[in-house]
Design a protein around this ligand. Sequence first.
Ligand SMILES: [Zn+2]
Length: 203
Amino acid sequence: MRELGISVLDELIAHLARLPGIGFKTAQRLAIFILKSPDEYAQQLAQAILDVKLKTHLCKRCFNVAEDEYCRICSDPKRDVHKICVVEDIVDVMAIEETHTYNGLYHVLGGVISPLAGVNPEDLNIRPLLERVKNEPIEEIILALNPSTEAETTIIYLTRLLRDTNVQISRLASGVPMGSHLEYLDGATIGMAIQARQKIDKE
Ligand SMILES: [Zn+2]
């Protein structure tokens, strides 16, 4: 890595370069931008970074990001409480919300089952999902996982767990390419995939 020899600047570049999708060159450009910005901007940026860590936690119900006990979606009385959209990550909630095509609730699993990566069912928010199915008026669960072999394993696992319940299980229709991530897809693709979701036979 090319260092500028100015330790505080190099340190900022090193931190920025750790962000996803930010290479060394971009990190350098961002650091120089911050360096040239008014002090006020740097303070606001630093405070915003701290706030997002200190003032947020996971929603007690759906594990989405929340500033209070429950997230903005769980607290909204206009949401359809009969549907839960199960996603891997908070960023997937954001991606689906941006499409304005879904009005139900969410449940963030925190990943997918991946024995090779050491992720087992007990590492995910699966038990709280089952609790919700038991205690909430859920009629449908939409499995909106990023297409992958691990997601398929997770879908099979969840479908088995929910086999003896009255909840209808559906999954996103094809149209979401294998190996892609919801966060990188355009709203129309995600919206169509939600609209054309398919029922899963509880075999
Ligand atoms: Zn929530």
